[in-house]
Write a protein that binds this ligand. Structure first.
Ligand SMILES: C[S@@+](CC[C@H](N)C(=O)[O-])C[C@H]1O[C@@H](n2cnc3c(N)ncnc32)[C@H](O)[C@@H]1O
Length: 277
């Protein structure tokens, strides 16, 4: 754990972390210890998956999925029978995805290629009928990273190909500085407590995940070390800004629609863009 990472955790999560002191081991949400936590808490809502899979049906040809993670979207997209390349940066996430692929029928698995890579700077030397960036992961990139992403997407889109991405509009936390606390049941039955901190107007929000206090025999503060805590910082910007950036990068928006609410304070949208002629 680096001091920088610890210092980046604000609010009640930061205070709890300070209280835990040396007992807490802080991880990035996508590193070796974080990846299983992300995998456990991801994918509890099928809504985005359903919308993306439906939108993919209006495209043809091979699919490139960016920031594929542990495969929450990859696995259902593979059921479409298309060739799919899954690009992901974090080795720990790739490992989980590859393990999951071993559990599906060989014919389906053989249509999927997992590629380690950075979505803001990649060159696969080929084109795709659709490029998908789900889970609102565009907000993991800063402005320079997003410019690189759009450049790479344009270069990899086949003529008539579509870029499908989901994004969060500015979260509706109410006003000023707020911290949402959510108890999350992981897919494997493990429970977590998630703190999401945002100051109105700030260009990042911080998500920090603790083991659920009820999961430990004693209160978290008196729990035996190590207590694994995972954190990630996520960009916050209006969807209108994203739409303007896409246009500036020569990606013409052909659709923009709200995703069905997943019961959170986020307003997510699905954007579809094509390369300008
Ligand atoms: C919110 S998760 C989404 C994972 C998966 N798509 C899903 O729906 O569960 C974001 C993923 O983006 C990956 N990631 C972060 N920065 C990246 C980058 N520059 N290039 C590729 N992947 C990246 C993380 O490692 C993580 O797996």
């Amino acid at each position: 754990m680096t001091a920088d990472l610890r210092a980046a955790v604000p609010g009640r999560a930061g205070a709890l972390l300070a209280e835990l002191g040396g007992k807490a081991v802080l991880h990035d949400l996508y590193d070796e210890a974080g990846a299983p936590v992300y995998h456990a808490i991801a994918g509890t809502s099928p809504l985005e998956v359903r919308e993306l899979v439906a939108a993919l049906r209006s495209t043809s040809g091979p699919v490139l999925e960016l920031a594929a993670g542990s495969g929450r979207l990859t696995m259902p997209m593979l059921t479409l029978g298309r060739e799919l390349v899954a690009l992901e940066l974090a080795p720990a996430m790739i490992r989980i995805l590859e393990e999951r692929l071993q559990t599906v029928p060989a014919a389906r698995r053989s249509r999927c290629t997992v590629v380690p890579g950075d979505m803001s700077d990649f060159d696969l030397g080929r084109e795709f009928g659709a490029i998908v960036l789900g889970a609102t992961s565009v907000s993991l990139l800063d402005a320079t990273g997003r410019a690189g992403l759009y450049r790479c997407v344009r270069r990899h889109l086949a003529p008539g190909g579509k870029f499908l991405l989901t994004a969060v509009d500015v979260p509706d936390f109410g006003s000023s500085t707020t911290e949402q606390v959510m108890d999350v049941d992981g897919a494997d039955g493990t429970r977590f407590r998630m703190y999401e901190h945002w100051t109105e107007g700030a260009d990042v929000r911080t998500v920090t995940v603790f083991p659920h206090p009820l999961e430990t025999a004693e209160p978290l503060e008196t729990a035996e070390p190590p207590v694994t805590v995972c954190t990630t910082r996520i960009g916050v910007f209006p969807v209108a800004q994203l739409e303007a950036e896409l246009a500036h990068a020569g990606l013409v928006l052909t659709d923009s629609r709200p995703l069905p609410p997943a019961g959170t304070h986020h307003h997510d949208v699905l954007l579809v863009a094509e390369a300008a002629a």
